[in-house]
Design a protein. Sequence first.
Length: 42
Amino acid sequence: MRAAPVKVQPSVKKICDKCKVIRRHGRVMVICENARHKQRQG
């Protein structure tokens, strides 16, 4: 299975209970054990 690409969106939100909103290098990101939920603000 291929890794899901990070979605780049103007606003990031938690999609499920396991999503975590974090800051990395000044960017807001969502990480989750469901790879489809990966998002980055940009």
